[in-house]
Design a protein around this ligand. Structure first.
Ligand code: SF4
Length: 293
């Protein structure tokens, strides 16, 4: 029988959101049976955290770190940077679970000394916190549990996990969140959503949808296997983006009626040309309510 990889899950400054999302993974029981979880702050663990941290003979295959690294924030009497550093070289692979662990996230918004494991927003840390480079960033606020499970199982199977320049698995983050949205036809023909929560219209032009500028697979791998924010009529907040949460939410900033940010790698000229042409056509089907008149 294949040995079970040993996993330790630690937290820095965190709201527990990644843990809660993970616990709602529909196949959690089966997944947990495939690994030997030595420690998780919210699960019964064979040893207390202090024993695990201070006993250097305890190593693991995968360290999952949730939350931002913040020297003011203590676990088991250790600041979260020291806690992380105690595992430098003791884990074969470190997974940064969520945007806080990957890039600093919400906790680093107004605090220059708070960061992710390798980055503070888009910038690599001037002074690296750890020496090992086997870090996989899984941003998301929270990280989608399916994505975390996919990476855990790939590590268990010794499968290669190609990463991009920001240590994110390409399989998950090469797309933009825009891909797979049920509203793409409205985006193409520039038919705007009139309000939140409806099935019709695109949320890009008025409601602040950041999906065309954000790397992720939320419209391809659905939440709870049924939905995503844009599908439900709520704009993507760009929660996987290294800059998150430094955006304006629920409205689209514009200059002279042109969105201040346009889809990734699309030139302003191309965007304006395509939008201008699309807007000259009126498609009655796309102006109607889908279910009600
Ligand atoms: S609502 Fe957002 S994700 Fe959906 S088509 Fe419009 S821009 Fe793309």
């Amino acid at each position: 029988m294949m040995t079970k990889p040993k996993v330790i899950w630690l937290q820095g400054a965190s709201c527990n959101g990644n843990s809660h999302a993970f616990f709602n993974y529909p196949y959690l029981k089966t997944l947990l049976q495939a690994f030997d979880f030595l420690y998780h702050p919210l699960l019964p663990s064979p040893l207390p955290l202090a024993s695990i941290v201070n006993d250097y003979s305890i190593t693991c295959d995968i360290l999952i770190f949730e939350g931002s690294v913040d020297a003011k924030f203590n676990r088991a009497g250790l600041s979260s940077d020291t806690l992380l550093q105690r595992f430098d070289g003791r884990a074969k692979t470190i997974i940064a679970a969520g945007t806080c662990a990957s890039f600093g996230g919400i906790f680093s918004e107004n605090d220059q000394n708070t960061s992710g494991i390798l980055y503070r927003h888009e910038q690599p840390l001037n002074k690296p916190l750890i020496s090992q480079s086997d870090v996989i960033n899984l941003p998301g606020c929270p990280v989608h549990p399916h994505n975390l499970a996919t990476i855990l199982l790939a590590l268990k199977a010794n499968q290669p996990i190609p990463l991009d320049t920001m240590h994110r698995p390409k399989e998950i983050y090469a797309h933009t969140v825009h891909q797979g949205c049920s509203r793409s036809e409205y985006f193409e023909w520039k038919v705007d959503a009139k309000s939140f929560g409806h099935k019709e219209g695109c949320l890009f032009y008025e409601q602040g949808c950041r999906a065309p500028m954000t790397h992720g697979n939320c419209n391809l791998v659905l939440w709870n296997e049924v939905n995503s924010k844009p599908r439900a009529g709520i704009p993507c907040f760009g929660c996987t983006d290294p800059k998150f949460p430094n955006f304006s939410f629920f409205h689209t900033p514009k200059n002279m009626s042109i969105p201040a940010e346009i889809p990734l790698d699309v030139s302003k000229r191309a965007y304006l040309t395509i939008s201008g042409i699309a807007k000259t056509f009126s498609i009655p089907r796309l102006k109607k309510r889908l279910l009600d008149d």
